[in-house]
Design a protein around this ligand. Structure first.
Ligand code: ADP
Ligand code: MG
Length: 542
């Protein structure tokens, strides 16, 4: 500033301008330098970025190639797996078909074996034994069993199973012992899920036999509560010994058998068959006629007796035989008879299983014409049947004979009527009393008496079967009213089916084993070929 002193303003202005110029020049050279440096740096960065990007893209290419290879390998693997899967599918299909063929062949063989077995049964006169295992029911859990060692068992556990449709498997476990499996074979075994339909399906062919001229007897055997009444009748009505007719799918063998008999009859020429029913209860070794009526037509149980006729058959004189025209008529009559059981004055038992129930359907076949002349078993039977025809011919048929003048006036018809014959076949359906070996402690008075009568009658039944099995000359039918009443079915010419009923619980092991033993012994009884009643030759056009 000292230099500026004394200088003129112009000079000073010039000096400022020169200084500004110089500063400008200096600044622009710095900017140029800076620009160059930045440019250089940018170039370097760009270069390294470029090389980095290049590296990255190469890496990406490498990786994507690897991935592609892997994907291709995976696809190939899947294709191979698919092919293998298809092969397996084809193999599985082939195996399935083979299995189906084998099953079909097995079923055919089984049917053949069954048919042969049936023929063998027929030839030997074997007793058929079916076994039904009922489901576990809420009351199976209830306590109150008298045998003390049984308390240690697990009551709700199952001990009896259907291993297949011909085998029962029983797990016998005793405290302190390893459990042992025992098997029992029967003609048919029903598991706990099998319906009343399934049971009846196996019974139905016997009814065809009935109309073909065979006597048939079906009896349910088993301890109390094992399902005998359920199987024979159906579920019982609450507090009543009658059963529900409305629940068709639940109906048991007796109502279904009746329906089937009437269905089969409906396919025959009208008027050639009629059905009579008797309902009998065996209680404390006494026989009660449950269809007997007093002089006012009111039904009341009447004591009857069983006798042996001159030709060695058993017969109940004065037993009520009601003619029924259809199944529902039978059911109403039968249910009335059952209700009578409840109010029977001599009965002290509240449970149906304290007595044996025997329902008999007698089917009479009427034949007109002379094409049967020589077919009767013997002259004596023929005479007896003719005599029976005149006494027991139902009112309706007798009325027909007397009132149908057009029929009687025709000489051919008249001759046919004269030559009319009848053949009787019998279907006996039996709901036996409970077979349990009741512990006697605590049972006194009437109950004790009942139990001893039941035990005696069932052991009489076992004795009869034993005597037949051993072909003893004397069969002790008369040891009990039950065996005397059933003599013709058990020892005679009837096709006999025993329906063993089993409670599955551990609790009932002893009783179940007893029933299975009874069934096994019954199966071994050979009674000789079952005889067909001599039916007339069917005339042409029937
Ligand atoms: P039992 O006549 O042998 O003394 P029940 O037929 O009275 O025995 O059966 C006892 C109980 O078990 C009844 O309540 C009956 O309804 C039931 N029951 C029996 N068998 C069966 C079954 N297969 N399915 C369902 N319930 C059954
Ligand atoms: Mg019963």
């Amino acid at each position: 500033y000292q230099g500026l002193a004394g200088r003129s303003t112009n000079e000073i202005l010039q000096l400022y301008a020169a200084h500004g110029q110089q500063m400008k020049l200096q600044r622009s050279s710095v900017v140029t330098q800076l620009h160059g440096a930045i440019k250089k740096k940018l170039k370097q960065d760009l270069k390294s970025l470029h090389s980095f990007a290049l590296e990255l893209s190469k890496d990406f290419q490498r990786q994507s190639k690897t991935c592609l290879y892997r994907v291709l390998a995976a696809i190939q693997g899947i294709q191979l797996q698919n092919e293998a899967m298809q092969m397996f599918q084809i193999k599985a299909f082939d195996l399935e078909q083979t299995l189906q063929e084998v099953t079909e062949r097995y079923e055919k063989e089984k049917q053949k074996r069954k048919a042969l077995h049936n023929s063998l049964i027929e030839l030997r006169g074997n007793i058929r034994v079916h076994c039904r295992i009922r489901p576990l029911l809420p009351f199976d859990d209830a306590a109150g069993h008298s045998v003390s060692q049984d308390r240690r068992r697990n009551f709700s556990e199952k001990a009896a199973y259907a291993a297949d449709d011909e085998t029962v498997l029983v797990k016998c476990s005793r405290p302190g012992h390893a459990s042992v499996n025992k098997t029992f074979q029967f003609e048919r075994v029903y598991n706990d899920l099998e319906s009343q339909d399934a049971v009846f399906a196996d019974v139905a062919p016997l009814l065809t036999s009935l109309l073909d001229g065979y006597n048939v007897c079906i009896m349910a055997y088993g301890q109390t509560g094992s399902g005998k009444t359920y199987t024979m009748l159906g579920p019982q009505l609450e507090g009543n010994l009658a059963f529900s007719i409305e629940e068709e799918s639940e109906l048991g063998i007796i109502p279904r058998a009746t329906q089937e008999v009437f269905r089969l009859i409906s396919e025959k020429p009208p008027g050639s068959y009629w059905v009579e029913v008797s309902v009998v209860e065996v209680y404390n070794n006494e026989i009660f006629d449950l269809l007997a009526k007093d002089s006012y037509g009111k039904m009341f149980g009447v004591k009857r007796d069983v006798v042996t006729t001159r030709d060695g058959k058993s017969d109940v004189p004065l037993l009520t035989h009601e003619t029924v025209e259809n199944a529902s008529e039978f059911l109403h009559l039968f249910n009335k008879g059952l209700q009578l059981r409840v109010t029977h004055p001599t009965l002290v038992h509240a449970h149906s299983s304290r007595s044996h129930l025997v329902v008999t359907l007698t089917i009479t076949t009427v034949v007109f014409g002379d094409n049967f002349g020589t077919l009767w078993e013997d002259e004596q039977t023929s005479q007896r049947l003719n005599k029976e025809a005149s006494c027991t011919f139902p009112q309706k048929m007798r009325d027909n004979k007397s009132t149908s003048s057009s029929r009687a006036s025709s000489p051919v018809q008249l001759e046919a009527t004269e030559k009319m014959k009848q053949v009787k076949t019998r279907l006996q359906l039996v709901d036996l009393a409970g077979s349990e070996c009741v512990g006697m402690s605590g049972v006194t008075g009437a109950a004790l008496r009942e139990t001893s009568f039941i035990n005696r009658s069932l052991s009489a039944l076992a004795d009869v079967l034993g005597a037949i099995a051993e072909q003893r000359a004397h069969v002790p039918y008369r040891n009990s009213k039950l065996t005397h009443l059933l003599q013709d079915s058990v020892g005679g010419d009837a096709k006999l089916l025993v329906m063993l009923c089993i409670s599955p619980g551990q609790k009932y092991l002893t009783e179940s084993m007893q029933s299975l033993g009874f069934g096994t012994r019954a199966r071994q009884v050979q009674r000789g070929q079952v005889k067909k009643k001599n039916f007339p030759m069917p005339s042409k056009g029937k």
